[in-house]
Design a protein around this ligand. Structure first.
Ligand code: MG
Length: 161
């Protein structure tokens, strides 16, 4: 039987504010600001989650985990990603690879890349070499460049045989 491949894309942005933890890819990163939102606001995990749901064409995080639902207040985004992985698995899909980029001016994320990749790979049920994360600054331009927000983009490839 032929293998079916499906690709999906995800994007997210959250405000950077004082008095919040910074969680990226499920890893808490020491920084003077964190991301504002209903859950832990893990912008990277949200982009990946939307890429998975999009590849399977089953909606997005807004439909599956509405921020009007108190059940998701303060939720760990890894739990939401785990739920999305279970949903695509129930349709017969498994993750081939994920590639993502975090857009932020600060902090420097290189020391946390390995830990983020390992954490996400475990949830995605793949080897760590199938999870790629990059970080880019916005060269001082727009909200990310002014340090007011952090954004993330992701693509995911799923297969079903
Ligand atoms: Mg989000």
């Amino acid at each position: 039987m032929d293998t079916l491949f499906r690709i999906g894309t995800g994007y997210d942005i959250h405000r950077l504010v004082e008095g919040r933890r910074l969680v990226l890819g499920g890893v808490e990163i020491p920084f003077e600001k964190g991301l504002l939102g209903h859950s832990d606001s893990d912008v990277l995990t949200h982009a990946i989650c939307d890429a998975l749901l999009g590849a399977a064409a089953i909606g997005d995080m807004g439909t599956h985990f509405p921020d009007t639902d108190p059940a998701f207040k303060g939720a760990s985004s890894l739990n939401l990603l785990e739920n999305a992985v279970a949903q695509i698995a129930s349709l017969g899909y498994s993750v081939q690879n994920v590639d993502a980029v975090i857009l932020t001016e600060r902090p420097r994320l290189a020391p946390y890349m390995r830990s983020m990749r390992e954490t996400l790979a475990a949830i995605l049920r793949v080897e760590v070499d199938r999870v790629s994360i990059k970080a880019k600054t916005s060269e001082g331009l727009e909200s990310v460049g002014r340090g007011e927000a952090m954004a993330a983009q992701a693509v995911a490839l799923l297969s079903r045989s």
